[in-house]
Every structure is written in structure tokens, then in C-alpha cells.
Design a protein around this ligand. Sequence first.
Ligand code: GZL
Ligand code: ZN
Length: 357
Amino acid sequence: MKKSLAIIIILILCILAISCGGSFSSKEEAVNVEETVSDEYIVVGFSQLGAESDWRSANTESMKSAFTTENGYKLIFEDGQQKQTNQITAIRTFIQQEVDYIVLAPVTETGWDTVLQEAKDAGIPVIIVDRMVDVSDDSLFTCWVGSAFELEGKKMAEWLKQYTLKEKIEPSDIHIVNIQGTIGASAQIGRTKGLADAATENGWDLMAEVTGDFTQAKGKEVMESLLKRYDNINVVYCENDNEAFGAIEAIEEAGKKTGSDIANGEIMVLSFDGVKEDAMNYVLQDKTTCIAECNPLHGPRVKAIIEALEAGSTPEKYSYVDEEIYSASEVVKNLSLDGINYDVTILTQDIIDQRSY
Ligand code: GZL
Ligand code: ZN
């Protein structure tokens, strides 16, 4: 990049950094950026949404270990701290830095059209990971890698249905609350729909849907208030494990016990993600009865997409990751959904030890 242009960029970055509290704390950092936009590496700007959960940390780790200098990449990492405005600023900074690719893990689905148009106008391909963006023109991003969130919810709900049938629990005796994820995030939208549709279909008493924002603290707070509001909750559907940790704390502090034995007063906790260690150990102890896995390892998949693009080929627009469903209970061994069969993985310590995350 021409020296004069580089100097202009540095000045803009410094002004931007000062004006919007951007990520550069000093001029030399901005100079470093100029070095990073060098031709020997593929420069990837990654706007991560935050650090709210174990899943998110595993996702960040997966991206950082894929885009190393040894692998021929320079990764510019920006943590959005759960705010879309921070992510939009990060993307604009990546555009000014003329990165080769932008990777976005969007905090919520809407509000991306303008900044993705700016990236498109700058000729920078955008790859979306994890949650989806809801844009008017899907040419605003090149590829998406993530999960089938509604399927995750449907699998969990089907597991509960099979459990109640096998244990001869009347559907109307299921009094369930949903501690939702960040409202507007694809994972929340899909998991909430999966449960709500099943509750209607099966005649379960879905008493409340309240966001726990995918965090342990909020999950605990929401569970405490739900326990004050209802004295008959026997199933808690948590849209991620960190909310489940908080909910379980609240339930135990209220002198109750979580577990699969609904008939004897235990409160069944269902959850999503399955990032070891805690979450999977909770399943072994039947503190959490069932987890629908959500695979955070998007780094290798995004790297493969970039390599395909670099080689001039056209990767799949949407690629979904495979995900299991785990329980220590042997009551339900498999599920059938829309004609597809899913085995339930009956969890053991060995299985936990063999998992890569
Ligand atoms: C799902 C991801 C969700 C996880 C949460 O792919 O978007 O966000 O389920 C995380 O743990 O916070
Ligand atoms: Zn998933």
C-alpha cells in the first residue's frame, strides 16, 4: 500500500479511535495495523459479538487458532461487547484497513444492510458465522456457517415429548418456563420457536418466556423471579448452558433440586450448547437432564471457505454444522423428526474426555 495512503489511513484510524473510543489506544498500534495489511498474509477482520458464554469463548478460540500467521493469515479481532454499534464500527475500520475478508458473528439478525453494502462496495467478501443476518439482499454476504437453531429446539422438545410418553407423565402436567437467549439472535428465535410449537402441539403448559441474555447472571436472576411467580414449575428450558448454570443456582438456593425425576418433585433443566467441562458434567450428574449440542468450532470451516474463495471456487452459501443431543438418562434413546432419525448420545465420562470442546 502506498506510503501516503498508509499515512492517511493511520490518521483516520487515530481520529476514529479518539472519536468513537475505537480499539486503537495509540499511534504505534495504528502503525501495527498498517504492517498487518501486508501482502504476504491474508488479512481477516473478525467482528465477534462478545464474550457472554462458554460457547462464545470456544468460538473465539476456534477462530483465533484457525487464522494464525503460521497458517498464512493476519487476524484483526474486535470484540463487540454485545453491541451492534461496536460491530458496525469494527466493520467500517476493517474496510478502511482494506482487509481481504470480513468475518461477522452478528449479535442480532437485523440492522446490517448499510454496513454490509459498504463492505460490498469496497469489494471485501463478508462471511457470517453462527447467528444469521436478516438482510434485504443476500448478496451482501458471501457465505454463512452455523447451526440449524430451530432444529435444535425441535430436537429438545421431541426429547421431552418422548420422555413424558415413556415416563407416563400427562402433557398437561408439564409446567415449563423458557429462559430465552438474547432477543433477536437467531439461536433465540429458533430455540424459542422449537419449544413454543411443541408446547402447543403437545398441550404443555408453557407459562413464561423471559430472556436471560445467554448469561449465567441473568439466568439466575430470571429463575429467581420465576420461582417467586410460579410454585409449580417442573421443567426449565434454558437457551444456553450459562443460563442453566444460573437457573440451577437459583433453584438450589430455593431449596429445590434439579433432575429428571419430575414425578418426585425434581425440576428438570434442559439446555443448549454442551461446551465442556461444566455443562457436560452437569449432565453426568443429572443436574441438567438433556443438552442439545451447539457446535462452536467455526474456525476451520471459515478457513476452508476463504481457501476455496482464494482458489477461485464458489463454496456453498449456507453450511450447517452437525450436532448431537446428550443425556445421562437412558429413557429416550433416539428421536424421529420430519422423517429423520437422531440418536440420543447417552453421556459417559469417556465421551466427555473424547470431545474436542
Ligand atoms: C449459538 C450461539 C449462542 C450460544 C450461546 O450458536 O449464537 O450464543 O448458544 C452464545 O451460548 O452466547
Ligand atoms: Zn448450534
